[in-house]
Design a protein around this ligand. Sequence first.
Ligand code: NAP
Length: 280
Amino acid sequence: MTRRTGSSERPDLPIAVVLGAGGMGMAIARRLGQNHRLVLASQSAGRMEARREQLEGEGLDVAVVQCDVTDPASVEGLARFVGGHGRFRTLAHVAALSPSMADWDTIWRVNLVGAARMERAMLGLASQGSVAIFVSSLAAHMAPPLAPALRDLLDDPLAADFLDRLSETVAEHTPTQAYILSKLALNRLCRRAAPRWGARGARIVSMSPGLIATPMGALEFANQPGKIDLLDRTPLAREGTMLETADAVEFLASDKASFITGTDLLVDGGIGAVLEFSGG
Ligand SMILES: NC(=O)c1ccc[n+]([C@@H]2O[C@H](COP(=O)([O-])OP(=O)(O)OC[C@H]3O[C@@H](n4cnc5c(N)ncnc54)[C@H](OP(=O)(O)O)[C@@H]3O)[C@@H](O)[C@H]2O)c1
């Protein structure tokens, strides 16, 4: 046997894929890395090596893969890598673009179409005890009721003409509208997909953060002055932290959540409830 030193490899552990290695993604990776081998995937090729070094330096078993969820071949490549790396157990799908980061079209491509693609790709690797957690947003809970035609359209994001039909159906083509509706559709996707994950003994859930102190959160505060009002009305009177979102993902991934599937967990300090009972 070849003797190796200085390696944090843990071939005995199942795999957690963390897709989207920004603020929240890295906090979640650190947590899931306690009892998984990590496959950390994200868009920017340039930052992946530094991210790997950070996590390896903390003693975690981590492989990095560059993956752009808007590119079907890239998602298939990630799934192939995971399939050849070990036993897939957990997906934390964190990647998304906020309204200040991109235009209408790009937000849809990343936040919903990309997420739907990942759901399909990881389903193929799921087995008894697997779980997929999709990070959504409080925004999903702020959308007005959907007209049936829009609802049916949002429930079919992998249709070839999805984006064209969306542009025809929705009047307001703003990044904010794309963010709200794409997150709402993501929560619906996780509820709709529960039977196909259940058929493999696996679970799928969404987790909707409220105002969280990350660079993305700070950018939105800077660009949307009205957002400070949401913070003022949050019952817990502060932003959530990345660690608190990692706590929620860790719980949802754990055996303590073994009967939780096809639903959403709001992690928002109570602002969703305030909006519901105050009429918006
Ligand atoms: N922060 C908040 O207040 C807040 C509130 C509600 C919901 N959320 C949700 O929480 C999640 C994480 O947000 P965050 O605050 O951690 O933001 P973030 O730091 O900007 O993280 C988002 C990540 O998505 C990745 N990404 C973007 N486009 C991608 C693509 N095409 N393919 C693959 N990866 C892509 C980025 O990758 P690279 O870094 O590699 O470019 C980035 O790491 C998002 O789903 C967001 O909608 C955040």
